[in-house]
Design a protein around this ligand. Structure first.
Ligand code: NAD
Length: 534
């Protein structure tokens, strides 16, 4: 990766806004077992270039030590039960909430996002920790099931056991919210976690673990550990014998994670990018749709996996919608100052992707309703709205991950749905329609749909989050997100021995199999009548 933060070979002492030290300090088992000087790297402010902190490039040995510490903590953490873990998680959330100003400042300094975007991210992060903490006991409670007629003398139950140790690999665009969407749910389900934050947001990643330790001083350090570094550190985590990897990031890295985990059959949940469509139907509240789509496309500088990247508006409302979209974006501008609408491109190389998509679209005959290639500077990119971009363009088919949105006028909802479903991604989607919202939502290839609002599914912790196709697989958040981090165990117990009824024995009574077969024919042999042929 050409623009990744620079690594240095010198054993630089850890510095930074109180965030540079590995979690656990001197008591950190990873630190205790690694004596050779390690390379470090600097995480910097994307606007000013100021160093936010220096962090170790964790070697495979350090990663293994962190996993070993987590493994050692696993019986203690699992033994707390859902109620004990709930207290620890709520104390963690309380600690983060009490340090909200500091965290917002750090999010602004390390990721560049505005204080407003940072506040929204922190708010959602806290909601997810709370939901996971308060619902794990209920969702993962042992469940009794019916044994069925042939084993009616048994009881049957499903228990949900923690997996063991979960490795979480996170991105930089929502450096608190996104990893916590896996970390909090894995912890609540009874698993210690080793977290590898993005190399661009290692201070924030380290701060999450420091906050957990500060809020729970009696907990072993291995309950939530952090290993910092680049892709190689993430790869080492995949190979370190964890029981599951929860990965969030690009499709290219997701493929590498799957390939690495395939070696040991380590299961994975993969959360990648999106190219999310927004459909504006004839009967939409056009003003609300334009303002919501503007925010969904441009907030966080468009660096939102489930942000709006494509709009399909029906011809009947295209003109007023475009006029209102222009109004909604008037005065919206990026910047590093507190009152900017959104912040910089966090990862410098992403501006090149945005420039390529915009230049290609314009060269193919698209027009810029707002902005254009000249709007793509380096750090800050002003809002860009492109209309009539050919559907096979990179700007329509690939994740742009910048403050850019394409708008296409379509004849009707059928055409909008067909085009919306026409990319390799299937993460989120948005529908604006007063009467047909649910019907249109059902027809979309998307893991999540917001109707008459944007991104609401991400703010409702009970809703599972994830996609299919190039957007990945598996789910975080909600009950499904908790179940990603447990292993069901089925237990069938004989309650009543009924002589002469045991089928699964060599000494079964003569005639028993024939009697059971007769009963099975009666039970299964009466299929519903077939519909009359045409
Ligand atoms: P990235 O793939 O470059 O990096 C993600 C993480 O993977 C980083 O921690 C990185 O160090 C690590 N990594 C890189 N190579 C690895 C390897 N070979 N093995 C193991 N780990 C490795 O992605 P990014 O640029 O940090 O994140 C942006 C992407 O994340 C976008 O595509 C965005 O849409 C996606 N994203 C998805 C969701 C979601 O929930 N679906 C949420 C946020 C971001």
């Amino acid at each position: 990766m050409p623009d990744q933060p620079a690594a240095s070979g010198a054993p630089t002492p850890l510095v930074g806004a109180g965030t540079g030290a590995p979690p656990g300090g001197a008591a950190d088992p990873a630190a205790a077992t690694v004596s050779a000087p390690e390379a470090t790297f600097a995480s910097t402010n994307p606007v000013t270039g100021a160093v936010v902190g220096h962090f170790p490039v964790a070697s495979p040995q350090r990663v293994s030590a962190a996993v070993a510490a987590a493994r050692a903590a696993a019986p203690w953490w699992a033994g707390l039960g859902a109620a004990g873990r709930r207290e620890h998680l709520l104390r963690w959330a309380a600690h983060l909430a009490r340090h909200d100003g500091e965290l917002v400042e750090l999010l602004h300094a390390e990721n560049g996002k505005t204080a407003a975007d940072a506040r929204i991210e922190l708010l959602l992060t806290l909601e997810h920790i709370r939901w996971a903490a308060r619902n794990a006991g209920r969702v993962l409670r042992t469940r009794r099931v019916l044994p069925g007629p042939f084993l009616a003398n048994h009881t049957a139950r499903v228990e949900y056991r923690p997996l063991g140790v979960v490795g979480v690999i996170g991105p930089w665009n929502y450096p608190l919210l996104t990893p916590v969407g896996s970390i909090a749910y894995a912890l609540a389900a009874g698993n210690p976690v080793v977290f590898k934050p993005s190399e661009y947001t290692s201070a924030l990643g380290s701060r999450l673990a420091e906050a957990f330790a500060a809020a729970n001083p009696a907990a072993p350090t291995g309950v939530l550990g952090v290993v910092t570094g680049f892709g190689a550190t993430g790869a080492a985590l995949c190979a370190a014998g964890v029981d599951k990897i929860a990965f969030t990031g690009s499709v290219a890295s997701g493929r590498k994670v799957m390939a690495a985990c395939a070696q040991s059959l380590t299961p994975v949940v993969i959360e990648c990018g999106g190219k999310d469509p927004c459909i504006v139907a004839d009967d939409a509240d056009v003003v609300a749709a334009a303002h919501a789509a503007a925010w969904g496309a441009m907030s966080n500088a468009g660096q939102t996996c489930a942000g709006v990247e494509r709009i399909y508006v029906t011809a009947a409302v295209a003109e007023p919608f475009l006029a209102e979209l222009r109004r909604a974006l008037a005065g919206v501008r990026p910047g590093g100052e507190p009152d900017a609408s959104y912040g910089p491109m966090t990862m410098p190389g992403q501006a090149a992707v945005v420039r390529r998509h915009v230049a290609d679209a314009l060269a193919r005959g698209a027009t810029a309703l707002l902005g254009g290639v000249e709007a793509v500077g380096g750090t800050f990119i002003s809002p860009i709205v492109l209309v009539d971009v050919p559907e096979d363009s990179p700007a329509v088919q690939e994740e742009t991950f910048g403050p850019v949105v394409t708008v296409r006028t379509v004849a009707d909802v059928d055409e909008a749905v067909a085009l919306a479903n026409g990319t390799p991604y299937a993460l989120g989607a948005t529908v604006f329609s007063r009467r047909r919202g649910d019907e249109i939502a059902r027809r979309l290839d998307a893991g999540m749909v917001s109707v008459n609002a944007v991104l609401s599914f991400a703010g409702i912790p009970a809703l599972p989050f994830g996609g299919s196709g190039e957007s990945g697989f598996g789910r975080v958040h909600g009950a499904e997100g908790l179940r990603e981090f447990v292993r069901p165990r089925s237990v069938a117990t004989l309650r009543l021995r009924l002589p002469g009824t045991t089928l699964t024995a060599f000494q079964r009574p003569p005639g028993l199999l024939a009697a059971v077969s007769w009963a099975a024919r009666r039970r299964h042999g009466r299929a519903p009548a077939a519909p009359p042929g045409r």
